[in-house]
Design a protein around this ligand. Structure first.
Ligand code: FAD
Ligand code: OAA
Length: 338
């Protein structure tokens, strides 16, 4: 039987997860990833990798719940397997603290993570500038390990990877039966989506093995995430800022703010600094359209615009993209139904 040719554009956490989901679930498909950049050079490689999303306005909560649940359960199974260390996935406990009591005190994912609770007065006293906090055990997924591990899994499932910048979807549709667009920020030029914009984020990796629990300021500007090889300090959220160079003033600000939480960080050895451009969008675009190519219509599934929550929602959104691909193979295109 002739195999169905699927191409996935993008090799960040969204593209890799989507490609693995399709290749493993639909063995009658050959899956090819085309990407301009692979690990360790994607935005996903810069991510701290904590699973702690915020509500995305305009997306039904039940759908967000599914995206997060799908990701959490998938990564939990890895965290509890002998592959956890190679894949860079582990349980991580800590606090999210707020200067003012937030409007949502119990997020939609409270029943998915472990041990979610409001911090006690005794605990919050450790953070004198903060009034309210949440204690939680969630998952940390380190892309620098996780992406190469997913690449291996994709190859084992028969998938292929090729470095290539895609500029013309029509052209691509001549060679493939299904196109899946996971190009993140690249979607602003690839599909002309004017709703996509960069949100620059800078982080610092430090040697501070004495820190075991994470601390995140509820506004998402300051965070301390202990990881496997180092502690990630962040961050910045600069809207429409395309600079990929490290900004020394940003670094100073990050150390300053993190040291207010943990003074010993002031003298921690710096191991590296990184910048990533988050694919900003008011909501994730996860839908299917049909591309008219001469006399046929090719399904084009979009899965991009994950902003600050790409790791947190990666597997769940990949599962939904897989559903759209599966449906497209059974449905007749609207044009053919006439
Ligand atoms: C500092 C920082 C910290 C973060 N921390 C977290 C966190 O703790 N938890 C969390 O959930 N999220 C976090 N994020 C957000 C997360 O990194 C993003 O949401 C996620 O990386 C988006 O993944 P992606 O695969 O869509 O995009 P990317 O990783 O940017 O991948 C896009 C892929 O598409 C390819 N591409 C683009 N255009 C084209 C084209 N025309 N042709 C071919 N290939 C193309 C690129 O080369 C790349 O391979 C953080 C982000 C930053 C910057
Ligand atoms: O906000 C966080 O905790 C980490 C993150 O997702 C980001 O910087 O985008």
């Amino acid at each position: 039987m002739k195999k169905v040719k699927v191409v996935v554009i993008g090799a960040g956490v969204v593209g890799m997860s989507t490609a693995v989901c399709i290749a493993e679930a639909l063995p009658f498909c050959t899956v090819t990833i085309l990407a301009e950049k692979f690990s360790p050079d994607t935005t996903s490689d810069v991510a701290a990798g904590i699973l702690l999303p915020k509500e995305i306005p305009g997306v039904p909560l039940e759908r967000q719940w599914r995206w997060f649940k799908g990701t959490f359960d998938h990564l939990l199974a890895i965290a509890e397997s002998p592959q956890a260390s190679e894949a860079g996935v582990f349980l991580s406990s800590g606090y999210q603290v707020f200067k003012e009591v937030p409007s949502i005190t119990k997020p939609y994912w409270a029943d998915i993570v472990f041990g979610f609770r409001t911090m006690t007065d005794h605990e919050i006293k450790r953070f004198p500038n903060h009034k309210f906090g949440q204690a939680v055990t969630t998952i940390k997924c380190e892309s620098l390990r996780y992406l190469p591990w997913l690449e291996k899994r994709l190859t084992e499932a028969g998938g292929r990877m090729k470095r290539e910048k895609v500029t013309d979807l029509q052209q691509l549709a001549h060679s493939y039966d299904v196109i899946v667009n996971c190009s993140g920020l690249g979607s602003c030029s690839l599909v002309g989506d004017e709703q996509v914009y960069p949100v620059r984020g800078q982080i610092i990796k430090v040697h501070a093995p004495w820190l075991k629990n994470f601390i995140r300021d509820g506004n998402g500007h300051t965070y301390i995430y202990p990881g496997i090889d180092c502690v990630t300090l962040g961050g910045t959220r600069q809207v429409n800022d395309w600079r990929l160079e490290v900004d020394k003033d940003d670094s100073k600000g990050i150390v300053e703010r993190c040291s207010e939480f943990v003074p010993s960080l002031r003298t921690a050895q710096v191991l590296g600094e990184k910048v990533g451009l988050r694919p900003g969008r008011s909501n994730v675009r996860l839908e299917r359209e049909w591309l008219q190519v001469q006399d046929r219509q090719v399904p084009l599934v979009h899965n991009y615009g994950h902003y600050s929550w790409g790791i947190s929602l990666s597997w769940g959104t990949a599962l939904e993209a897989l559903d759209l691909v599966r449906k497209s193979l059974h449905e007749k295109p609207p044009h053919a139904r006439l």
